[in-house]
Design a protein around this ligand. Sequence first.
Ligand SMILES: NC(=O)c1ccc[n+]([C@@H]2O[C@H](COP(=O)([O-])OP(=O)(O)OC[C@H]3O[C@@H](n4cnc5c(N)ncnc54)[C@H](O)[C@@H]3O)[C@@H](O)[C@H]2O)c1
Length: 249
Amino acid sequence: MADLTGKVALITGAARGQGAAEAKLFVERGAKVVITDVLETEGKELAESLGENARFVRHDVTDSESWDAAVAVAVDTFGKLDVLVNNAAIYTMKPIAETTPEELERILTVNLVGAFRGIKAVLPAMTANGGSIVNISSQSGLEGLMNHSAYGSSKWGLRGLSKVAALELGLSQIRVNSVYPGPIATPMVPYLTTGPGSFPTLPLERTGLPEEVAELVAFLASDASAYITGAEVSVDGGLAAGKFIPRGM
Ligand SMILES: NC(=O)c1ccc[n+]([C@@H]2O[C@H](COP(=O)([O-])OP(=O)(O)OC[C@H]3O[C@@H](n4cnc5c(N)ncnc54)[C@H](O)[C@@H]3O)[C@@H](O)[C@H]2O)c1
């Protein structure tokens, strides 16, 4: 169980879904958390429910000034910043023939350039004492996934950015790791169901829960992973292991 006592974390896109599960778990494990999102009502409600150890900041990851303001809230309110989780993203699933260049640019701007802005924004706060950056990519950033040209490109890009950042920031004792969720039941993919048998084409035969991703992110944020940087870790019910043959086929 990852201990986050004394850590200060900023989690983007944390008003709902996996980010919200991470914010809850982080506070439970002793961290102070800045929850950021463009969804104000949900974000404020979540922060209020978590009490004194959480703050909500309305923050659009595509805007560098908004990044500086969010980092300032962490430092001014909680005294420092140890952890950044680049979790915010938007999703689309359609063939290349139906995807416009503008849609591709929009997805890259949020999912990839947003994380890049975030890494740059936290550097001044993290350089003195080190830190941990966790970038949330996707299974579609590990292999080609049909009808995911825009989203998949953004997640492959984030995978590459994570490697380069790990190489460059290690000297400042800032660790950078990336996480590759499989199908996780959140509002991003509302058609997913949960429970045993909910995803029979995976070795574990079910979709994952936001709380299961949060456990991995908490570990990578904590000192328990102090010697881990540049790693890519899947949390996907076995999806990335290879070609699985479902029962009855
Ligand atoms: N759900 C899945 O199956 C799945 C699978 C693989 C990877 N992921 C990744 O996991 C992460 C979390 O996704 P989720 O499943 O919780 O989805 P979600 O849609 O519930 O959460 C994403 C959050 O990002 C926020 N967001 C979007 N654009 C933003 C912006 N410009 N600035 C700030 N916040 C913004 C949204 O408002 C939302 O709260 C994402 O990076 C996603 O790509 C999800």
